[in-house]
Design a binder for this molecule. Structure first.
Ligand code: MG
Length: 284
């Protein structure tokens, strides 16, 4: 098949988001237990409460909104008193964030072959841009669609929070658009509008992602051929329980993911053992 457009998921498709999240978040949690003497069972429900408010589990200011930490740190802020925990999280995130093998080369070859690459994630704008810069994909992706940044501390704006040089934020060569607040896959509206914008028929595009429900289900709904990043599936790992305990997803979302077994899940057109299998699928 001659694919003209690839729409690719990012987390657990181009990089192992879950691994990095788990490694960095659990390191922060362990450090917080050490620093406060509070057990994880007391900390996790308050983290979940904050994540539910801001709609992400990657919220930089989570400690400042946890009542048990606010009380312990008073009159200072938890992020000052327990700064070591935040530093551990940042250090692990930086050390562990990398592309899956073959991703960079695959995107470079698709791009040289004239295939347009659109990235499409539910993750928030700030950390998605950070990961794209960190992995060197700025420019190899033509357009990025991400969720907007929603979670800021009470009364603070995005600009007030950015204390580094403006040039150290954002993307230079990838155009970044945000999806409407509250948008979630597999709602097909964004994928349909991407096809319209590029003036490409569904059969000339390919959607790549690790989630059968969100990614493959959405592609099937729009009639776009799909490739399942089977190597990225993380939901069955025991460590995934921590993400469920502190998640920003609703109980209904978590339950839906848990009960929708493989037998009922949407079927992809192709299954990828690694990202570079795309080259064969696209005839590049
Ligand atoms: Mg994903």
């Amino acid at each position: 098949m001659a694919t003209k457009l690839i729409v690719t998921d990012l987390d657990n498709t181009l990089w192992d988001w879950f691994h990095v999240w788990y490694a960095s978040f659990s390191a922060m949690l362990t450090k917080l237990e050490d620093l406060t003497g509070l057990p994880a069972e007391d900390l996790e429900p308050e983290m979940r409460m904050v994540h539910q408010r801001v709609g992400t589990t990657e919220y930089t200011f989570v400690l400042d909104e946890m009542p048990c930490l606010v009380e312990r740190a008073w009159p200072r802020r938890p992020s000052e008193v327990f700064a070591e925990a935040l530093a551990v999280r940042a250090r692990v995130r930086r050390a562990e964030t990398r592309l899956y093998d073959g991703v960079f080369d695959t995107l470079r070859r698709l791009s040289s072959a004239g295939v347009r690459v659109v990235a499409f994630t539910e993750s928030n704008a700030y950390w998605t841009e950070w990961r794209i810069r960190k992995t060197g994909l700025d420019g190899l992706i033509n357009v990025l669609f991400s969720a907007p940044d929603q979670g800021f501390p009470e009364g603070m704006s995005r600009d007030e929070l950015r204390t580094n040089e403006p040039s150290s934020y954002g993307l230079k060569d990838t155009e970044h658009r945000t999806t409407p607040p509250g948008y979630l896959k597999p709602d097909p509206t964004i994928l349909t509008s991407i096809l319209d914008d590029c003036d490409i028929a569904p059969s000339d595009a390919l959607f790549v992602g690790d989630s059968l429900i969100k990614d493959i289900g959405m592609a099937n709904g729009v009639g776009v051929p799909s490739a399942h990043a089977a190597y990225g599936v993380a939901v069955a790992k025991p460590e995934y329980e921590l993400l469920r305990r502190v998640t920003h997803w609703s109980d209904a979302d978590v339950e839906r993911e848990r009960v929708l077994g493989a037998a009922n899940a949407p079927h992809p057109t192709y299954v990828l053992a690694e990202y570079s299998d795309l080259l064969g699928v696209c005839g590049v």
